[in-house]
Design a protein around this ligand. Structure first.
Ligand SMILES: NC(=O)C1=CN([C@@H]2O[C@H](COP(=O)(O)OP(=O)(O)OC[C@H]3O[C@@H](n4cnc5c(N)ncnc54)[C@H](OP(=O)(O)O)[C@@H]3O)[C@@H](O)[C@H]2O)[C@H](O)CC1
Ligand SMILES: [K+]
Length: 502
């Protein structure tokens, strides 16, 4: 399932109409009919349905939806927002078909009955006012109608995108329809994954509108959801012939006086994600605690300020950062691993605060960074707000500039690859909003980079199953009654959730 910008969507529309040869009127019929099909599953014949239609093609979809509802026996009350003469193209064509059906279309411009009053009295309001073509602050009467939609007790169902919301990240906006349900046409828009805009969509369903297969391959960059089927088709299958080093020799470097547990969380998660041979490098004072907590792990104690005694070149993958601290000794450890490891290097938490991005360019082996918004802000010199407003572009820029994988953690974690592909994670919930869950993910990424055939799948699968573990927990316990090690305990359930055949 793709994630597109408004301009990418328009390019795909244009290609479909001009090169593939599908008339715009047909594309709009497909879009409106698909949207109506999903809305009809939620409507009842006795509900008073209002359809608000704007001047562009989003409004055109509204005309088609109104006609489809009429066919199904629901007589919607249609409101045209602009003057009729503002309609053009396929929207004007479908407006004509609607009038041919004998459906009365009310005009917002005509005065008399106020559209706001009708919205207030409705059971369902279908928002086909503005789609991906919105720009700038809402002009009247759209601003007032959006406000009316946000005040009514009616169920509000948006077409393609809640009116007023931008399709793309990084766009300033002021107000938008708070939808209960949005039927997204053809592909997710970026704004359905951003912290500030995602809530306005309400429940989302994406519908096909008949774009020909392969259309999305025309886009320059792949940006899509990483879905259950992607995990199912790339998760390694264990074999009886496997032996303990089949899945690599992993190293985790972390821990400090104030955060002794972080590397243990990462280590336990790595062991529960398939690592056969794990070494923990942590302060000497914690080795007995580590040995009792993780007897499966080998230990490489380091004293303050001393380089790692282990030969880091013998590990297939290393993770550095959980609880490491940010003093000079920690900085030495990070640099030692950047320059000396001979396998995949995962940098997380304190390692990201110590890291000088320019040093990444010296690496000849893959590097995975797992920042949250604050850490990515520090790495890029942007503010946290700027990162949250444009997470796709920010993580894309860093990943491609430094040739690394960037896992930008959040409600919808975005994994960016060194060549600019991006995968949005659909799993996870508020359970993950607590200390230590990042350490768990680091351990999972370490394990998966050693067991998977591609790094794309290794990293995206770790993110997916990390969220799936939280989803499994949320089925039985409220998010506040969970501690981070419960997420590790739920990992078997996460694996089962993708291995089941249902
Ligand atoms: N492949 C697909 O996804 C398809 C999607 N379809 C639908 O088309 C819209 C995009 O249609 P478009 O015409 O480009 O844009 P809108 O419908 O959003 O409307 C743009 C007009 O809205 C007015 N406008 C823009 N900004 C504002 C504002 N800030 N305040 C008030 N009004 C605004 C403006 O009209 P004017 O006459 O005032 O200039 C714009 O022209 C997409 O979202 C889908 O719903 C197709 O139906 C099929 C393929
Ligand atoms: K809309």
């Amino acid at each position: 399932m793709r994630v597109v910008t408004g301009s990418e969507m328009r390019d795909l529309d244009q290609w479909t109409m001009q090169d593939f040869g599908m008339p715009g009127e047909m594309l709009m019929e497909n879009a409106g009919r698909a949207a109506a099909g999903r809305m009809l599953t939620r409507l009842t014949l006795d509900e008073r349905v209002i359809v608000l239609c704007g001047s562009g093609n989003n409004g055109g979809d509204g005309f088609v939806i109104a006609r489809c509802l009429y066919e199904a026996g629901i007589c919607p009350e249609v409101w045209l927002i602009p003057e009729e003469n503002r309609l053009s193209g396929e929207a004007k064509f479908h407006y004509g078909l609607l009038l041919q059906c004998g459906i009365q279309v009310n005009s917002v411009q005509a005065g008399g009955k106020r559209c706001e009053d009708v919205i207030a009295a409705a059971d369902v309001v279908i928002d086909a006012m503005l789609g991906t073509g919105v720009s700038g602050e809402l002009r009247e009467p759209y601003a007032s109608l959006v406000a009316a939609c946000n005040e009514t007790a009616a169920r509000v169902e948006a077409v393609d995108i809640p009116s007023g919301l931008p399709a793309d990240e990084g766009v300033m906006w002021h107000t938008a329809v708070q939808a209960d349900f949005t039927v997204v046409l053809a592909a997710y828009k970026e704004s359905s994954f951003l912290p500030r805009t995602a809530p306005f969509y309400g429940e989302i369903e994406v519908v096909s509108i008949g774009l020909p297969p392969g259309t999305y391959d025309l886009l320059k960059y792949e940006r899509r959801l990483w879905q259950r089927v992607d995990v199912q088709t790339t998760l390694p299958v264990r074999s009886a012939e496997d032996y303990k080093s089949t899945y690599g020799k992993g190293l985790i470097v972390g821990g400090s006086e104030t955060m002794p547990g972080a590397p243990l969380l990462a280590g336990e998660a790595a062991l529960k994600s398939g690592t056969g041979l794990l070494t923990l490098a942590l302060p000497a004072s914690f080795t007995s605690a580590a040995a009792s907590r993780l007897p499966e792990a080998m230990l490489q104690p380091f004293s303050e300020g001393v380089r790692l005694s282990a030969d880091v070149t013998k590990f297939d993958a290393a993770a550095c950062g959980p609880g490491l601290g940010r003093d000079e000794a920690a900085a030495h450890l990070v640099q030692h691993l950047i320059y000396k490891t001979d396998g995949v290097l995962i940098l997380d938490a304190d390692a990201l605060h110590i890291l000088r991005p320019s040093e990444l360019k010296s690496r000849r082996k893959p590097t995975v960074l797992t920042p949250h918004a604050g850490e990515l802000a520090a790495l890029t010199g942007l503010s946290v707000e700027e990162v949250l407003q444009a997470p796709f572009q920010t993580s894309f820029n860093f990943a491609t500039a430094y040739g690394v994988y960037v896992v930008m953690k959040g409600a919808h974690t975005i994994t960016s690859t060194p060549d600019g592909r991006q995968f949005v994670n659909p799993t996870g919930n508020a359970v993950l909003a607590r200390g230590g869950t990042g350490d768990v993910l680091t351990g999972m990424v370490l394990a998966f980079t050693m067991s998977h055939t591609t790094l794309d799948a290794a990293v995206a699968n770790a993110v997916y199953l990390h969220g799936a573990a939280a989803d499994a927990l949320a089925v039985t316990v409220p998010p506040h009654a969970v501690k981070t090690s419960d997420v590790i305990s739920a990992l078997p359930l996460a694996f089962q959730s993708v291995e089941s055949t249902d």
